[in-house]
Design a binder for this molecule. Structure first.
Ligand SMILES: Nc1nc2c(ncn2[C@@H]2O[C@H](COP(=O)(O)OP(=O)(O)OP(=O)(O)O)[C@@H](O)[C@H]2O)c(=O)[nH]1
Ligand SMILES: [Mg+2]
Length: 291
């Protein structure tokens, strides 16, 4: 089976681990006859199994109760995707995803007390980036200070690789928590997320030009960078966020409907993109045109 080593990065609390944890459900809770996609997920490492079982406590907890990452982990899983568009295409890939505490790469000023552990995690993540095929960057679309932490810390991380050009062949920028970002739009929230170029416009507000330059300078000029919204919580069938701001929990349905109503939004797409699938209505820019 084809293998791919990837790194997921982003500031602390940007939703990296939650995104990974909801991928299994994003695959399992799909009706192939409506999406024309049949996705199967097979965890291959203990950390991967563990985050899925934590994510599945969502039924009782009403939120995705993942603790902030306190170590660097490698989540390994196989994805098998069958898509029926005119003809069938089946593709399988073993993913190795490196995930770590966001504060390691995007520290707040004066944050670290345990410098030894911090330095060890950083070294691991820099090493992972030197060998990664795919890079996922999570940015919390609701974070008013995201631009500052990207500006302060992303170039630094790239410089630390000591390379001029990374081996990365595809990059995906996830603007997470879109359910919260468009919360006020109620039943129009999903449509707001699907409006052409809305993710690109929000990225322009969150990512300074200097940070775009830094990233594109480290990628080969023809590397594709995809940009999309993402939400492990997702939307209800009528389009409103599956999230209740008052309780900071999922919305309530009843009985089995409650579980069926959980549809992670644009969680599978980043992985399909890294596998080489073309994704409809996805903004994709070559590194040379990114700035
Ligand atoms: N409403 C909403 N909350 C989200 C979403 N994704 C993540 N969260 C919440 O955001 C918080 C942080 O998520 P994590 O996945 O732990 O973030 P992380 O990037 O792994 O953070 P570190 O491990 O500290 O680097 C959690 O409370 C999640 O439940 C989302 O799409 N919508
Ligand atoms: Mg985490």
């Amino acid at each position: 089976m084809a293998e791919s080593t990837n790194l997921i990065i982003g500031p602390a609390g940007s939703g990296k681990t939650t995104l990974l944890a909801s991928l299994y459900h994003a695959c399992a809770n799909m009706k192939p006859n409506t999406t024309k996609i049949h996705a199967q997920f097979y965890p291959q490492s203990e950390p991967a199994r563990r985050i899925i079982s934590i994510a599945n406590t969502i039924v009782e907890e009403r939120r995705l109760p993942l603790a902030a990452s306190d170590t660097v982990e490698q989540f390994t899983f196989d994805l098998k995707i069958k898509r029926n568009r005119i003809f069938y295409r089946t593709h399988s890939m073993t993913f190795r995803m490196w995930d770590g505490p966001g504060g390691t790469l995007f520290p707040q000023v004066g944050q670290f007390t345990d410098m030894v552990a911090h330095q060890q995690f950083r070294t691991q993540l820099v090493g992972a980036l030197r060998g990664a095929n795919g890079l996922m960057l999570c940015i919390d679309s609701t974070d008013p200070d995201a631009h500052k932490s990207l500006f302060r810390s992303l170039p630094d991380f790239l410089f630390e690789t000591g390379q001029r050009e990374l081996p990365v062949t595809k990059a995906y920028i996830c603007l997470t928590k879109v359910d919260r970002y468009f919360y006020r739009q109620a039943t129009k929230a999903r449509a707001a997320a699907e409006a052409p170029n809305s993710a690109r416009a929000r990225l322009d507000e969150l990512m300074p030009t200097a940070v775009k330059s830094a990233l594109s300078n480290f990628l080969k000029p023809n590397v594709k960078i995809a940009i999309s919204w993402c939400s492990p919580y997702g939307f209800m069938p009528e389009g409103e966020p599956n999230y209740d701001e008052d309780t900071d929990e999922l919305r309530r349905a009843s009985g089995v409907a409650d579980i069926n109503a959980w549809h992670p939004y644009r969680v599978l797409e980043p992985f399909m993109f890294l596998m080489g699938f073309r994704i409809p209505n996805l903004t994709v820019i070559r590194a040379r045109d990114f700035v």
